[in-house]
Design a protein around this ligand. Structure first.
Ligand code: GDD
Ligand code: MN
Length: 375
């Protein structure tokens, strides 16, 4: 029969903690509740996986314990997802294996799931806290939490917690990236609107072994917040094509106007303060405005488009090429209207500039940012 609760325990080099933690988890499972514990070890060089395996095979009666050995891939969130996919319980609990997360809290998290779909063991609600963390780590954690809450509009006080529980249906149909450390954050963003409860606890820094959090993990964190931010925006995408078109055109022209200012200021500065010959100064101004226009259009006007960094230089080249084409067309149009149709210069200019601006928008939308003209 399927257990009621599955407890997922990711481990990496926890030989000094693992046995104690597994014992304590077993003792914390309330009587009358059937549970399975799933240890996901990423082939720890210190033998953590083997120790867990031996411990599990010596158990009899009560809750079961499985040890999964992953080889070839590493990473906290992906290890947890691996465990979740194997879990059979109706409720799932996720926790660290270094005593930072007190197993005694498991019953309260499970209990909370009667009234919510996601229960978070929280450091940042009253009654919660952190013990033995150096000031640097405290500040980093607060800053990262603030960034996530403000940037992603999250209400939970501790979206960075690694100790949480949910009903298994919660993740069905979602595609989870599991990048880096902060799986909970991704779950919160992608299940927006579900009922969340926070249960206070005190995070104790590990007593033995060392944290695996390093610069790479921090970078993964920033990437993951950025991705989730874009995910949120894409979901709120305007439905009416006409409104999307108008809003993009308006942004594109606003960027163009800002480019004029950049062009003017850089040209002026280069020749006055920079000591460039005014023709060179003017070239610099043009180059600067092409680059700033491109950056703004990529990150703002077409923010909902593919953001792969690989293609960026190639896109910049297209953007610059198409913008020059627009300039040449503008000059040609003015010449044609004034020279062959006897139009006044300023009327011709209004027409030619509008046509070039629109042409520029249409061509870049289509060719630089890979969007249909009317989309
Ligand atoms: N399988 C697997 N693979 N487990 C890993 C990996 C990995 O690549 N990296 C870390 N772990 C395990 C560790 O063995 C530990 O049990 C847990 O994941 C957390 O790793 P730590 O390195 O101890 O992290 P921490 O204490 O610095 O960071 C914790 O901070 C958060 C609070 O800010 C995270 O673990 C979060 O869970 C916690 O909420
Ligand atoms: Mn830890």
């Amino acid at each position: 029969m399927a257990p009621q609760v599955s407890i997922i325990v990711p481990t990496y080099n926890e030989s000094q903690n693992i046995l104690g933690v597994l014992r304590s988890i077993r003792e914390s499972i309330p009587s009358g509740v059937s549970a399975e514990t799933i240890v996901v070890d990423d082939d720890s060089p210190d033998g953590t996986g083997r120790m867990a395996e031996e411990y599990a095979s010596g158990l009899s009666g009560g809750s079961t314990m499985d040890v999964v050995h992953r080889t070839g891939s590493r990473g906290l969130s992906s290890a947890i997802m691996h465990g979740i996919r194997r879990a059979r319980g109706e409720m799932i609990v996720v926790m660290d294996s270094d005593f930072s997360h007190p197993p005694q809290l498991i019953p309260r998290l499970v209990e909370a799931l009667r009234q919510c779909e996601l229960a978070i063991a929280s450091r940042y609600v009253s009654g919660g806290g952190v013990r033995n963390w150096p000031a640097r780590r405290r500040i980093l954690s607060r800053a990262a939490t603030l960034l996530a809450r403000r940037g992603l509009g999250i209400r939970a006080a501790d979206p960075m917690s690694g100790f949480f529980a949910f009903r298994r249906g919660l993740l069905s149909g979602l595609s989870i990236d599991a990048l880096g450390y902060k799986l909970l954050l991704e779950i919160i963003v992608k299940t927006k609107g579900v009922r969340v409860l926070e249960v206070p606890y005190v995070f104790e820094d590990r007593r033995s072994g060392s944290s695996k959090l390093d610069g790479g993990v921090a970078l993964d964190y920033l990437r993951s917040v950025w991705r989730l931010y874009r995910y949120g925006r894409a979901r709120r995408r305007e439905r009416r094509a006409s409104v999307r078109f108008a809003s993009k055109a308006a942004r594109f022209f606003t960027v163009g106007a800002s480019g004029l200012a950049v062009n003017y200021l850089v040209s002026l500065l280069a020749s006055s303060a920079g000591g460039f010959w005014y023709v060179h100064g003017s070239m610099l101004g043009i180059a600067a405005s092409v680059v700033s226009n491109f950056v703004l259009n990529k990150s703002w006007t077409f923010e909902d488009r593919d953001f792969g960094a690989r293609r960026t230089l190639w896109q910049l080249a297209r953007f610059a090429g198409l913008s020059s084409l627009g300039a040449v067309l503008q000059i040609g149009a003015v010449y044609w209207l004034v020279g062959h149709h006897g139009m006044s210069y300023h009327e011709a200019l209004v027409l030619a500039v509008s046509a070039a601006a629109f042409g520029n928008f249409a061509l870049n939308k289509r060719l630089t940012f890979g969007e249909r003209l009317w989309d």
